[in-house]
Design a protein around this ligand. Structure first.
Ligand code: GRG
Length: 299
């Protein structure tokens, strides 16, 4: 299944336009350093990518008819955090990768210091965007968005998962450990992307829980398909080096369950994710489509 079969081109264009606008350098003051930091932020954040996380925010918010101007902006803030994590993950001190989204990584194109700063700037800018009244008129809603994203991206979320992943070694991890690592490293940001739809709408706790269950399932399935692509995909297809998990001795579901078992687990998670959406009948089809895309994705 191709991304263009499932993702709406106008929605993707609106997300792209928002990220571009958010990363436009204010004209003053004139300084080469400011030109360089914006250039590096834009290089990584406007370099393609599936835009899965903001797309999920928009679709989850659509369930409650949240104005697109709010959901696109809130989703774009999450994408800035995602782009920061990719820049830092590719650094020599972490995965030491030279290819991302089919292009040289930030530290190769610029240098290590610029890549660190570009990541830092994308991270901090995300919260600047969320705290702005343009994201939502109600300050309580904005505070919840900031709090939930900080939690998902921080030590009990993506950063904590990345630290666990760095310490983990193949052969030492059980299914439970791998699930915890992946649910923090990759799953937390995917989960908050969906929860944002409910938070923007001030939806009920039951509705937010249903979004959370859907997101937790697709997040884990997403990581399993990422591991499968690392084993059987190519750099031309994925835009990043493959075979990295084995090279870095990273424990994955493919090690634990084999390729077939990992595919079966991903399929079961996707079925459960679609079940979780039943509370949103009849509006759940677009989110169900994303779940199917995750299972069959080739990039
Ligand atoms: C450095 C704090 C810090 C965290 C890094 C997200 C992450 C944690 C590392 C990325 C490494 C990786 C390959 C993780 C597996 C799943 C994943 C997040 C893949 C990349 O996301 P996609 O496929 O990428 O959505 P695009 O380019 O489409 O946005």
């Amino acid at each position: 299944m191709k991304q263009s079969d499932i993702f709406n081109a106008d929605t993707l264009a609106a997300i792209e336009k928002e990220i571009d606008a958010l990363l436009t350098r204010p004209e003053a003051p004139v300084a080469a350093g400011l030109d360089r930091i914006y250039k590096a932020m834009r290089y990584s954040a406007l370099a393609g990518g599936k835009r899965l996380r903001p797309y999920l925010t928009v679709l989850a918010a659509d369930l409650f008819k949240v104005p697109r101007e709010h959901s696109v902006r809130a989703g774009a803030a999450i994408e800035l955090i995602h782009c920061y994590s990719l820049i830092h993950d590719d650094l020599p001190a972490m995965d030491n990768s030279d290819l991302r989204r089919g292009r040289p990584t930030s530290h190769i194109e610029f240098d290590d210091a610029t890549a660190v700063l570009a990541g830092d700037a994308l991270l901090t800018e995300a919260f600047h965007v969320l705290a702005d009244p343009a994201t939502h008129p109600d300050p309580e809603v904005r505070t919840k968005l900031v709090r939930e994203l900080a939690h998902a991206a921080g030590p009990m979320g993506m950063v904590g998962g990345q630290m666990m992943d760095i310490l983990a070694e193949t052969g030492m991890a059980e299914a439970e450990d791998i699930t915890l690592i992946q649910s923090l490293k990759t799953g937390a940001l995917i989960a908050v992307s969906c929860r944002f739809g409910g938070l923007l709408a001030q939806a009920s706790p039951a509705e937010i829980d249903a979004l959370d269950r859907y997101a937790t399932d697709i997040g884990l399935a997403f990581q399993i398909t990422d591991d499968l692509l690392d084993v059987s995909g190519s750099a031309e297809q994925t835009g990043k080096p493959t075979g990295q998990d084995a090279m870095n001795s990273k424990p994955t579901f493919v090690d634990l369950l084999g390729e077939e078992g990992a595919r079966e687990k991903a399929a079961a998670l996707i079925e459960d994710a679609k079940q979780a959406l039943s509370v949103f009948t009849p509006g759940q089809q677009p989110l169900a489509g994303i779940a199917d895309f995750i299972l069959s994705r080739q990039l």
